[in-house]
Each structure stands twice: as structure tokens, then as C-alpha cells.
Design a protein around this ligand. Structure first.
Ligand code: ZN
Length: 424
């Protein structure tokens, strides 16, 4: 593994909850960040990061990478119709092998727009794991679980999830138990999943309170909100990641806070599918750990975290009619630091001694960012992702000066065109 000395860059890091930007030299040893210089006997390459911001990689906390080939395929369609009549029929017919390429297409967009780590959920987890390994992107792979009984009709999926974990778990890949939603999983299966996660020390994620229909059905079927339903069965804890949480009622947010679970907000997907706006200001004020996800490209329609960050701040300022509602530094923390907290992985999400070298080099001379009056604000209000010049993950460059080093873009496009032609 190559060592690097990164000079002349402006480094963005977190000290506690504060954001700091300063000129500093970084030494990347064996994939880890250090501030102590190389000795005479150590070999390294010098990287000139002049006019660059060197920041910890963005972490996309909720996506379905394989869906990227469905970008702009079923737009302007109501949520239930979109999911059950447009997306699911494609999934039923997609050959499993195709998901390798459709996932790779997602990673291509993630890397070129500064995402170094993502949390995935779907049924093509093995293909995503293979592609993520090849692309060198940090991954939390989740096999979507549905059904009545984790050890009955849901068992083959659960077994697969554990087998893949055994096969692929590495420095840059981990696994997360992923019951799909309360309306596709029985109470029994949800309880079993929570127990299995605790037993195995695994993280778990679920889509929750995404639409009004989901909340109304839950009130009708269980006499309580989706959040209360999960809280009462003991599903929520510090290793639980809740995607969406748009339609919150009564004391849902207090229950989430008390449980220590993290929330992933997906502002573009929720807006586009007409599901509403999550109560981000209240969640922030309550001290809930909120992270950011793009959701899949079929409902967003991009995996670009910079776009998501800008939109998230603007939408909530407009919604709250308060320009101070969600400041830019909160957004940057949510996209990086809060994610590492939710994933219980302090080795990522910061630039500090010993952390993994997941670094994004942002060109501060890009027309959209110049002049650099406020770098943190610019990441939220000005950046569009095209300013990402180079990306390093776990100490290895996966993109350098806009050139992808682990993904063959032409081959990916060729394969995707074939898949789209035959399966959409
Ligand atoms: Zn989702």
C-alpha cells in the first residue's frame, strides 16, 4: 500500500462538534491519516493539494445503489403506484447479474461527487458487494428482509445476508440487517430481527414513517404510530438507523431520541414522491442524530450528496420561514460526522490522527466556489459535486484529477445500455 504526503491543502475536520478549516500537511500511512512526518526510511508520494479543500468523504446513509439504472424511469407517479406498479415489476424481472453493473453505475456517480461510503438496502446485495469491492468504495451492505417469520418464509434472505457477511466483511465493507418496512414485515419478523441484531452486534436499518398511508395503516392495524409500534416492541436502540421519518406524530420524536436511534433524512426523495417534509428542525432541537441519504436514483433522481445537502438546508429554511433554521455547518456535520456516529465507526467521518484516509479533494478554484469567502457555506449552498477533483478511500486513490481509477466508465455505460434496453 502506497504512502502519501499531502501538502498545501486546506483541511476540513471536526473538533468535537466544531468545524475547523486550516492549512496542514497530512501523512497517509498504510491507509490511515497521521500528522507526524515520515522518517527517512519511509517511502511516500507527495500530493500537492494547492487550491484544494481536503475533507472527510461524504457518507450517503440511505440508498439503493442498484436502482441507478431506473433514473428518470418512473417520474411524477404517486408513491404506492411508483413502488408496487413500476419499481417492483422491474425488480421481479431483472437478472441478478445485472445488479453488479447497475450498482457500479451508482458507485460511479457517488465517487465523482465525493461520496466515499454508503449504506445500501435491496435484494441484490451480493452483486453490490462484489461491485463495491471492485470500485474500492466503503460500503454497508443490507439485504432487504420481508415476510412473516425470520426463520420461516424470511429465512433464505436472512441466511444469504449472513453468508455474504462472512464472505465479504473487510476493512471497507460491513453488513447491516435491513427489514424493509413495517408494512412488508410482520411484527414477529421485526422482533426476531431486533433480537438477531443484538445477538450478533450488528446495525439494523428500516424505512419508517415515510408516507401518510403507512402511518394511517399502522394506526388502524396496531392502534399506534409506526415509531411507537417499533419502540414498544423494543426494536429501536442506538444501533438502529431509521430512513425517512417524514410523517411524525404525537411524541414520535421523543421516542426516537430516548431510544438513541439515528434518523436518515431523504429530502429530495420525500419531496419528489409527494411524501412531505420531515420535521428536521424539531429533530435537531431534540438532539436526535440526523444523517443524510439520497435514497435510490429512481426516487431522487441522483446520488449526489452535495445536491442533497443544499436542498436540505433550503427546503427547511423555506418551510420554517426561518433563515437560521438549518445552518450550513449542521448540514456538513450531518453528511459526515453524524453518519459515522450512526454507524458506530469513529474511524471514518473525520480527519484526525489514526482515522481512515477517506478523503475528498475539492477544487476551491472551481467557478462555483470562487472566491472562498466561507468554505463551509460553499459546500452547502454553492457546490454541485463537479468540484470534486480527487477521491481517496482507505488510503487508495479511486479518482485522481477527475480520472476514475477503479471503474471503467465506458464498460459500465455499455452494460447499462444493454440492461435498460432489455429490462426497463
Ligand atoms: Zn429507501
Amino acid at each position: 500500500m502506497k504512502n502519501y504526503k499531502i501538502i498545501n491543502g486546506v483541511i476540513l475536520s471536526f473538533r468535537g462538534d466544531a468545524l475547523v478549516t486550516e492549512k496542514k500537511t497530512l501523512y497517509i500511512r498504510e491507509g490511515k491519516i497521521s500528522f507526524s512526518p515520515f522518517t527517512d526510511s519511509e517511502q511516500y508520494e507527495t500530493v500537492d493539494a494547492g487550491h484544494m479543500l481536503v475533507m472527510p468523504g461524504l457518507i450517503n446513509m440511505h440508498t439503493h445503489a442498484y436502482m441507478t439504472m431506473m433514473r428518470n424511469y418512473a417520474d411524477d407517479v404517486p408513491f404506492q403506484d411508483w413502488l408496487f406498479n413500476r419499481v417492483m415489476p422491474v425488480e421481479d424481472n431483472l437478472p441478478v447479474e445485472a445488479a453488479y453493473w447497475t450498482s457500479m453505475l451508482g458507485f460511479l456517480e457517488m465517487i465523482t461527487t465525493g461520496t466515499t461510503c454508503f449504506v445500501d438496502m435491496h435484494m441484490y446485495h451480493r452483486q453490490s458487494a462484489l461491485a463495491a469491492k471492485e470500485a474500492g468504495i466503503r460500503a454497508y451492505i443490507g439485504r432487504g428482509l420481508v415476510g412473516e417469520d425470520l426463520f420461516g418464509d424470511g429465512y433464505s434472505r436472512y441466511k444469504q445476508a449472513l453468508e455474504e457477511m462472512e464472505e465479504f466483511r473487510s476493512d471497507t465493507m460491513d453488513f447491516i440487517l435491513s427489514p424493509h418496512a413495517i408494512y412488508t414485515c410482520s411484527e414477529k419478523l421485526l422482533g426476531q430481527t431486533a433480537e438477531a441484531a443484538r445477538e450478533k452486534g450488528m446495525l439494523k436499518q428500516i424505512h419508517l414513517s415515510e408516507s401518510v398511508t403507512e402511518v394511517e395503516d399502522c394506526l388502524k392495524n396496531h392502534g399506534k404510530t409506526p415509531v411507537a409500534y417499533l419502540y414498544d416492541m423494543g426494536f429501536l436502540d442506538e444501533k438502529t438507523i431509521l430512513a425517512h421519518c417524514v410523517q411524525m406524530r404525537e411524541n414520535d420524536m421523543e421516542l426516537i431520541r430516548d431510544s438513541g436511534a439515528s434518523v436518515v433524512t431523504n429530502v429530495a426523495s420525500n419531496a419528489k414522491l409527494g411524501n412531505g417534509i420531515a420535521p428536521l428542525c424539531q429533530m435537531k432541537d431534540l438532539g436526535i442524530n440526523v444523517c443524510i441519504g439520497t435514497d435510490g436514483a429512481a426516487s431522487n433522481n441522483t446520488l449526489n450528496m452535495f445536491r442533497e445537502m443544499g436542498l436540505l438546508s433550503l427546503m427547511h429554511k423555506a418551510h420554517a420561514r426561518d433563515c437560521l433554521a438549518i445552518p450550513s455547518d449542521y448540514i456538513v456535520k450531518a453528511a459526515i460526522l453524524h453518519a459515522s456516529r450512526a454507524l458506530k465507526n469513529p474511524a471514518i467521518g473525520n480527519i484526525e490522527e489514526g482515522s481512515a484516509a477517506d478523503l475528498v479533494f475539492v477544487d476551491l478554484n472551481a467557478p462555483s466556489l470562487f472566491p472562498n469567502n466561507n468554505i463551509v457555506s460553499s459546500l452547502c449552498y454553492s457546490a454541485n459535486g463537479s468540484e470534486v477533483d480527487s477521491v481517496m478511500i482507505n488510503g487508495t486513490f479511486v479518482m485522481r484529477k477527475h480520472e476514475l481509477l477503479t471503474i471503467d466508465r465506458e464498460r459500465v455505460y455499455y452494460e447499462i445500455e444493454k440492461i435498460v434496453k432489455n429490462h426497463l
